[in-house]
Write a protein that binds this ligand. Sequence first.
Ligand SMILES: [Zn+2]
Ligand SMILES: [Zn+2]
Length: 988
Amino acid sequence: MQSLQIRLGLNSLQGGGEAAGAPGALLKSEWKGVGQLFGFNPLTVPVSSRNCVTRAGGPTVHQQSRSRQHRGGYGGHYEGPKRSRDDAVTRKMKSFHEGSDGPPLRVLPIGGLGEIGMNCMLVGNYDRYIMIDAGLMFPDYDDLGIQKVLPDTQFIHRWRDKIEAVIITHGHEDHIGALPWVIPALDPKTPIYATGFTMQLIKRRLKEYNIPAEGRLRTFSMRARFDAGPFEIEPIRVTHSIPDCCGLVLRCADGTIFHTGDWKIDESPVDGNVFDRVALEQLQKEGVTLMMSDSTNVLSPGRTTSEADVAEALMRKIVEAKGRRVITTQFASNVHRLGCVKAAAEVSGRKLVFIGLSLKTYLEAAWRDGQAPFDPAILVKAEDMDAYAPSQLLIVTTGSQAEPRAALNLASMGSSRLLKLHKDDVILYSAKMIPGNETRVMKMMNRIAELGPNLVMGRGENLHTSGHAYRGELEEVLRLVKPQHFLPVHGEFAFLKEHELLGKAQGIRHTAVIKNGEMLGVAPLRNGRVLSSGFSQLGREKLKLMYNDGDKAFGTAADLCIQERMNIALEGLVIASVEVIREETKYLNEDEVYEDKILRDDDDGDELGLQGRVRITTRCLWTDNGKLLESLQRAADVALASSRKDARLPTIERHVSVVLRKVVQKYSNKRPDVIVIATDASDGVVPNRSSPESINNYDQPRNKPQPWKRAADSMSSFSRGAVVGTVEPVDEVTSRSFVAEETSERNKVVISSRVQSETVSAKAQRLSSEGDATQKNERVKAGDGGEISATSSGFSDPEEFESDEESGDSDQEADSVASDGAASSLSQESTEEIEPQKKRQKWRHDETIKLIEVRSTMGDLLVKEGKKRRPSWKDIAASLSESGFERSPEQCSSMWSSLLKKYEAVVEEKRTRDSSVPAPKKEWAYFELMDAVMQKLAKTAGSQDVVIEKAKSKKPKRKSKKPKVDATAAIDSTEVELPDSEDRQTAQ
Ligand SMILES: [Zn+2]
Ligand SMILES: [Zn+2]
């Protein structure tokens, strides 16, 4: 009866769920902790016991001797002497036991164990299963906009062939709410069974989500047996807080299972349908192998009161309120109570008004099934209330849990269109505060109290009773059924443990407590007396939670960017647009791009001073009356001014974003997400990008502007979570891109390649793989909750660049990290797989170095076979390939000739350099290496090669103070377009 009416829109069923626990509290506590624990997804690695733990180890088929093992469930409870061995076996278990060996009865909870809500349980005979219930869980109302938490439909889909039927015990949201997502995951023919009233609710829900399932919906009646999957099923009536609730008896050749559903024992239910004790007594005689029972109120001593008591209290209060308007609030799904309120309206001569769509929804469902206490048509419309004196009205509203959009909550804030509270009103709180909602309910109550109405609430008033059995009732049913095995369900883990103790106290020897994703095997005890068997652990799997947000959005935590939502909420967001103004831009064709880089002299500062316009805005950040914005603006301007004039847009984005993040961090110790979108000024020349393959290729003719969707690409890029501007490997020559692939197949996204979006998580993975080796690297948190490298411009530590510079092999690292989840600080759910770009256009440093090395060792071959033979380049390409670099012979040849040209030019420049002019601070990075190679080649070949001859004869004396260049230094020295190249060099 306690229903969670959280966060459902007006067009959905409000107040459907009835869990009495605190899913909201769970989430709240989880994401509070996350403030300190960045790097994993709190919703997937919760503080609570929501998810089971998957430990490392291979799949194990559980085949313990029945005579030797009888122990309780996972959770530390073991019986018998084999404890340590069992521990080891348990640790290894990962996948589920299948096949016709082992225990014949199998139970695998997908949800509902270790939490309240999201009930979904697989029960099987060997490998044939039925699913009992498919419920959802409501997150806390302020939980990042997520509306529903749903069971792992991906797992359900994997098992669709084994799941032969779905049986629904009753119509609460925590039992039917996931059906719109679970049904599509099942085999298209799998039938769904429910009672008439429940089926009305299901149909309405499926229609709402446009899920076609008419042909597979089957209704059943109490005590009428039917076959579903491997079982003959007999529904047994239980009392609860919504009409038509049942427990299920599942019979097969290997035993009888009794699942109670949600229940209490209402001795005088208002609809006269009593709890079926007779059936339970018969069950005991027949013998029950396994019983699963509702643990929600195991901590409450005594017994629940009857709904009839509530009816009486409501009647009294309503009659007493003579002359005043009465407003009651309750869980919408409690149709019986609506009937009681109607009865009170009649007695007191009031007109009944519903405010809150879900109230009518449940009543109409009952009406269609012939179980409604009255015709919904008699209700006075909320719009017509003014036609009546207040004392003639009895209003029922939603909002008992102060849900943000529910009528009573809005009314308490004076913002409900239909319901205005007056000081003469009497408000009857005919519900209970669900744990976790107390704070906001109390706030609502305070607001109501300030407005003046008389509030009636509290236990003593008897305005509410629970739909879940208290201890006294739980004990009674355990005694009534006397099952061989007992498994508590429907509750927080602590409740399950307590319920287990209760079972033991009732003399049930075999009890177990398991969590979602843990499979339990049960074998019937021989002739009921021989204790030859008990529960067996049959494996476990880390099941995911799925999320729904809005009408359509559905997916994992990663799909719904939960970490990112949290990050922005907690750390803020900075958005900057940079419009780059170029004096003159030189664009080269594909071949020329890397040649240009190689041929270009290193920056001496004269190419710095990029101009542009920067606009910055922030969200969720304290701006210190605009001072922060001023600092950001200044920093961005400096970052631009310290950038090379020919810097590419992704480089600029990255550079500026790093700078901005640092500024905020220093200013207020926040680590915001930063989004920078750089564009060339509209009057400038912009390069074209047509496909991911043409990354970095400024292959359009000069002065021929192309319509370019850069901004759109950028938008699409960060709309799915990548932080533009933090994503590009630093150096142009080494730059590369990734095709980032969503974990989910259905949502494959190729990241905008012009933006070179290595996704943040990709980057996080790469960096986490770089690990502690790069201590200097400062980590900052980024969008997906991973860490990204914080590098910086001239006004911060230049050493911070190192980690990025060493990212040449990032694809391999990313791969290795992806395969080794433990190394990643990201949660499993937010992990994105990284694929190296298949076709790289440009040479990275390590490749270039390798080419030079290989070419130097093959000098003889080349010279001997002469220029007429190209195949030697094949050998070189093959040799590169062995080192992991995929290049065509033509590419190798072309690159080598570029290197030769540059080498020649440098040699020439040195030769003709005016001694009065100071030498450049920075040598061409490959000069010394090339020089050495050239000399080696010349020696070995007795070279005829013109270039080599020149190199030999005209090589000037080295003036550079740089040490002998090795490959590493070569890489470092050309890496980054740094404004502070001086600092960098000394830093090395
Ligand atoms: Zn429930
Ligand atoms: Zn229920």
